[in-house]
Design a protein around this ligand. Structure first.
Ligand SMILES: C[S@@+](CC[C@H](N)C(=O)[O-])C[C@H]1O[C@@H](n2cnc3c(N)ncnc32)[C@H](O)[C@@H]1O
Length: 203
């Protein structure tokens, strides 16, 4: 609970500068990856977890999209884009989703599970609300496999975390498996610092 409040407050505080701060990496990398992810979004019931300022919204062409985020500051910046696309925004913790079991066809999560305090708990919640034929699409920061870069990331993590709420050393692929998913595809991005992961719930 303490950790969740810390993350929420961090993102509330940083929400004012978030888009500005992210602009270079968004321009050169993220926007291309987002486009690729959205080619795979399917179904009529879509949940996006940790929508942030709504950077994914322009890519949606689906019917019923719900976006959640823990931070009211980030959500307030996503409001306008959400209204244009008819996306329903709710302030909610990914670790405690207020949805029925087997509800969604696709869950989207971009750069979120580096911040969720208990990632496996959040991933288990996603598994619960996905229907058996569904999928989850992630783009996430991970601990790089290279031993030297991994060592540097582990050393830097406490500083990055205290400034931004982001962990740069999470083993997210392993966490996804522990939560009860089957990895369908994983693709290394930018020196394997990021991964594009497609997974299915084992139900
Ligand atoms: C790095 S930002 C990414 C935002 C957006 N997905 C994007 O691609 O730009 C991480 C987001 O996850 C949200 N978040 C962190 N922990 C969360 C949780 N437990 N439940 C829901 N959202 C959470 C943060 O508030 C923040 O908006």
């Amino acid at each position: 609970m303490e950790k969740t409040r810390f993350i929420r407050e961090k993102y509330n505080r940083n929400s004012k500068f978030y888009n500005l701060f992210e602009f270079p990496i968004e321009f050169f990398l993220y926007k291309h990856w987002r486009k690729k992810l959205f080619d795979k979004v399917k179904g009529s019931m879509i949940l996006e977890v940790g929508v942030g300022t709504g950077k994914n919204f322009k890519f949606y062409n689906n019917n019923r999209i719900i976006g959640i985020d823990i931070s009211e500051g980030m959500l307030s910046r996503a409001k306008l884009a959400a209204r244009e696309k008819g996306i329903r925004l709710i302030q909610m913790d990914a670790q405690k989703l207020a949805f029925f079991d087997n509800t969604f066809d696709t869950v989207v999560s971009t750069f979120v599970f580096c911040s969720v305090p208990d990632p496996v708990k959040g991933l288990k919640e996603i598994k619960r609300i996905l229907n058996p034929k569904s999928q989850v699409l992630f783009i996430e920061h991970v601990l790089p496999k290279n031993r030297i870069i991994g060592w540097v990331f582990n050393k830097l993590n406490p500083i990055i975390r205290s400034l931004t709420g982001v962990n740069i050393n999470r083993k997210t692929v392993e966490n996804i498996c522990s939560a009860g998913f089957k990895i369908i595809k994983q693709e290394n991005l930018f020196f394997s610092i990021f991964k594009f992961i497609t997974a299915k719930p084992l139900k």
